[in-house]
Ligand binder design. Structure first.
Ligand code: WQD
Length: 343
């Protein structure tokens, strides 16, 4: 019998890549997704890549009755990897209540429904945004968390606090919170990748859409930051490396290897690249010129963010293998496949 893992938000960007890695590690995967920002086509794409069709249930985890029902059906699961959440920073500033409602109701219903059935292992999809504007770099897990700039970011920080309280109150329950830096890239097959809804907020999909002719020009938000070329520095990480870390994290809980009931790990490469570095690498990988213009700073952007990767290396035995060029070429490959599909 294979070990069953429930992946909420499994039709989304990081969730779908994680579902593939779980299947390739011989887990039985159940995907729960409301398809609010994803497509059911992801299920057949996962089949195309792995030869396995994961169980899929379309469910709104904000709805407690529906959530309890689906966990009753899958009460033999051993753990949950929780991706389901809204994630657009700008939208969350416009619609904070929608973000708090969606991200917390779904988290609380999931925790309640799973623990009723003794499904006591939980991986949480968190973000480096919980560090706010860090005073020291690289960022270690011991850096203090700060109230993030956006309601979206704040849902990640408060969710970690909820997990802290819950793991203290429920001694059988263990959780790992994975704090992602800047996930980009796509599966090497070119069959799955990020599907931004409308105009992308993030740098990489904006670059690939500009190169594909969907957007006219990339706006570079500021070149007067205290960095080597004036543009902000981030720690970009390949989504497949990120997905692999989730498999290691869930195995750690299943094997009772956690050292505290709630653990935190940074997931990054430890390398910082500026916006202009990314543009230059894109131009060299794709042998093309990108149309871009320097414009005003964007509210809430911090000058530099990159991870210390020591803890993940030491405790999870995980580190990122894929380089910036791999991230860029796989993002570009995916973008081109998407365009030929929509033609
Ligand atoms: C990277 C750099 C921009 C777009 C966000 C969230 C974080 C996490 C990942 C996700 C910045 C610059 C961007 C553009 C630009 N969450 N940029 N022109 O802001 O580091 O992190 O995504 O779910 O919580 O905050 O990533 O890709 O938006 O920006 O110049 O059109 O690219 O100013 O310096 P960010 P990003």
């Amino acid at each position: 019998m294979k070990t069953k893992i429930i992946v909420t938000g499994g039709c989304g960007y990081i969730g779908s890549h994680t579902a593939i890695e779980l299947i390739e590690n011989d887990f039985d995967v159940v995907i729960l997704d409301d398809l609010s920002n994803s497509t059911e086509k992801t299920i057949s794409r996962i089949h195309k890549i792995t030869g396995v069709t994961p169980t899929f249930v379309q469910v709104d985890l904000k709805d407690p009755v529906a959530t309890f029902k689906v966990f009753e059906t899958h009460k033999d699961a051993a753990g949950v990897i929780h991706f389901a959440a809204h994630k657009a920073v700008g939208e969350s500033v416009q619609k904070p209540l929608m973000y708090y409602k969606n991200n917390f109701y779904s988290l609380l219903n999931t925790l309640e429904a799973q623990s009723v059935h003794g499904i006591n292992n939980f991986i949480f999809s968190s973000s480096a945004t919980v560090y706010g504007t860090p005073n020291t770099l690289p960022i270690t897990e011991n850096n203090e968390t700060q109230r993030p700039f956006s309601p979206y970011g704040n849902t990640k920080k408060i969710a970690e606090e909820i997990l802290d309280d819950f793991t203290k109150s429920n001694k059988s329950f263990s959780a790992i919170s994975l704090r992602y830096f800047n996930p980009i890239g796509a599966h090497e097959s070119g069959a799955i990748g990020e599907l931004p809804n409308g105009i992308p907020n993030n740098l990489m999909p904006y670059i690939t859409q500009t190169a594909a002719g969907v957007r006219e020009k990339l706006m570079v938000y500021g070149n007067d930051y205290p960095t080597k070329d004036g543009t902000p520095i981030r720690d970009y990480i390949h989504v497949v490396d990120l997905a692999k870390a989730h498999v290691i994290a869930i195995k750690r809980l299943l094997n009772n290897k956690q050292e505290t009931p709630l653990e935190f790990f940074n997931l990054g490469t430890g390398l910082g690249y500026s916006v202009l570095d990314v543009i230059k690498s894109f131009e060299s990988v794709t042998n093309s010129k990108l149309n871009y213009e320097i414009t005003e700073r964007r509210d809430g952007d911090v000058p530099q963010l990159y991870a210390s990767t020591d803890l993940a290396k030491e405790k999870l035995g995980w580190s990122a293998d894929r380089k910036l060029n791999d991230m860029i070429s796989s993002s570009w490959n995916w973008e081109q496949n998407l365009r030929s599909e929509t033609k």
